[in-house]
Design a protein around this ligand. Structure first.
Ligand code: FAD
Length: 437
């Protein structure tokens, strides 16, 4: 049988390799770590989460929740492993990052049809290939991809939030609670008075950042904007963003603090917590100085500081088909963040479709274009039909689905209707193409 080559064992590549192999087609999966490192990954595990440990919303009134449910119904290794290694996070699906990646690594390595090779790929191979090397694609391959696509890569920045050791948090000053008491109490909340907030704000906007390389344009994702950049937009901005106090009344006083910084559980043992929304580009010494002003964190030990990296994606509207195939070479697929889908789940979702279609090509079957009514199809449609000149990576959202034929005023009801239609459409797709669970 024809086999498939997958390059990169991240969120997209792991899912793609799994899908190909589960279709009965042999796969060779190349991953350069640990032989060659990226600036963000810390382990040699597959599908390592480089920043937050949250895969975001998990219910069907949330577009990324719909996307997850579709993936669950298509035998996704990323979602089933996340379900297995989940940690408490209110309405979100957050995982213990180590067991999550270990689970995926071992299931892939033990699959009889998958061969893993720890090598850096520097040229686009022949045959059926899925490139899933992510936003931190190694230099040599990035050059090859640029040359093949014949268009300029874009540059922007991504940032990761710091993580603290729970045993060094002053538990008398913080309290456990989820916003509006939704789900079980999952976050540690650090309340601030107005004076504390003002002092913190002043320190934050004056703190020293790591200088950016001048040849790279400063372009941030709204979803992963460094906290100091957000702060510089105005003294109130953070109060409407990550420091929003609504629904977080202090149980001790019953009062709403002026501002609240939330810490999210980062591992199953609940020994590590990350600062929600605190992606940052401050120098490490500055992070310690400024973040220790947060009530409860005066003596906190930072086990990982926030970091920022260059990130790249291609101009997919002019280069890809909604099957994730290159327009120029039908046996070449791209998947993951580099295609302009944004986020862990979205990256894995694109890997799922690329893997499924690469396997179909190997078996001389027609690739499937998922209907836009499904979350999977809505993402594929977006990245291939957005306006090329201003193409920006995108998270799953209800705005990407076609409107419902009837007008539904209530937002929650509308989202539920779109979600139901998505799952019904998926069931039809599965039947039409004889896809199994
Ligand atoms: P990756 O998961 O990065 O996988 C790519 C793999 O390819 C890596 O394992 C890499 O080692 C390997 N590789 C690279 N080049 C080669 C080569 N030449 N040969 C062989 N192997 C190679 N998304 C979120 O949802 N939440 C977040 O909090 C978040 N934070 C982020 C923080 C940072 C610093 C970055 C860079 C991105 C972040 N993202 C986040 C965005 C995105 O969801 C992740 O980057 C996600 O990991 C993308 O999945 P991927 O499969 O495309 O790439």
């Amino acid at each position: 049988t024809t086999s498939v080559t997958v390059i990169g064992a991240g969120l997209a590549g792991s899912e793609a390799a799994w899908q190909v192999a589960q279709s009965g087609v042999p796969v060779t999966l190349y991953e350069m770590r640990p032989v060659k490192k990226t600036p963000a990954h810390q382990t040699e595990n597959f599908a390592e989460l480089v920043c937050s440990n949250s895969l975001r919303g998990n219910n069907l009134t949330n577009a990324v929740g719909v996307l997850k449910e579709e993936m669950r119904r298509l035998d996704s290794i990323i979602i089933s492993s996340a379900d297995l290694t989940a940690v408490p996070a209110g309405g979100a699906l957050a995982v213990d990052r180590d067991t999550f990646s270990q689970e995926i690594t071992s299931r892939i390595k033990n699959h009889p049809l998958i061969t893993v090779k720890n090598e850096e790929i520097t040229e686009l191979p022949e045959g059926i290939v899925i490139v899933a090397t992510g936003p931190l694609t190694s230099e040599a391959l990035a050059e090859q991809i640029k040359e093949f696509n014949g268009s300029d890569g874009f540059y922007f920045y991504d940032a990761a939030a710091p993580i603290v050791d729970k045993s060094t948090i002053d538990m008398d000053k913080v309290y456990l609670k989820s916003r509006y008491d939704k789900g079980e109490a999952a976050y540690l909340n650090c309340p601030m008075t107005e004076e504390e907030f003002n002092a913190f704000y002043e320190a934050l906007i004056a703190a020293e950042v790591v200088p950016l390389k001048t040849f790279e344009k400063e372009k941030f994702f709204e979803g992963c904007m460094p906290i100091e950049v957000m702060a510089k937009r105005g003294i109130k901005t953070m109060l409407f963003g990550p420091l929003k106090p609504v629904g977080l009344e202090d149980p001790k006083t019953g009062k709403r603090p002026y501002a609240v910084i939330q810490l999210r559980q980062d591992n199953a043992a609940a020994s590590l917590y990350n600062l929600v929304g605190f992606q940052t580009h401050l120098k490490w010494g500055e992070q310690k100085r400024v973040f220790q002003m947060i009530p409860g964190l005066e003596n906190a030990e930072f086990v990982r500081y926030g970091v920022m990296h260059r990130n790249s994606f291609m101009n997919s509207p002019e280069l890809l088909k909604p099957t994730y195939q290159s327009q120029k070479r039908e046996n070449l697929f791209f998947a993951g963040q580099m295609t302009g889908v944004e986020g862990y789940v979205e990256s894995a979702a694109s890997g799922l479709l690329a893997g499924m279609n690469a396997a179909r090509l190997a078996k001389n079957e027609e690739p499937i274009v998922f209907p836009r009514e499904t979350a999977l199809g809505s993402m594929a449609y977006y990245i291939t039909h957005a306006e090329g000149k201003h193409f920006q990576p995108m998270n799953a959202n209800f705005g990407l689905f076609p409107e419902m034929p009837e007008r539904i005023r209530d937002k929650k009801e509308r989202y539920e209707a779109i979600a139901n239609r998505a799952l019904t459409t998926l069931a039809e797709v599965k039947q039409e193409w004889h896809l199994s669970e």
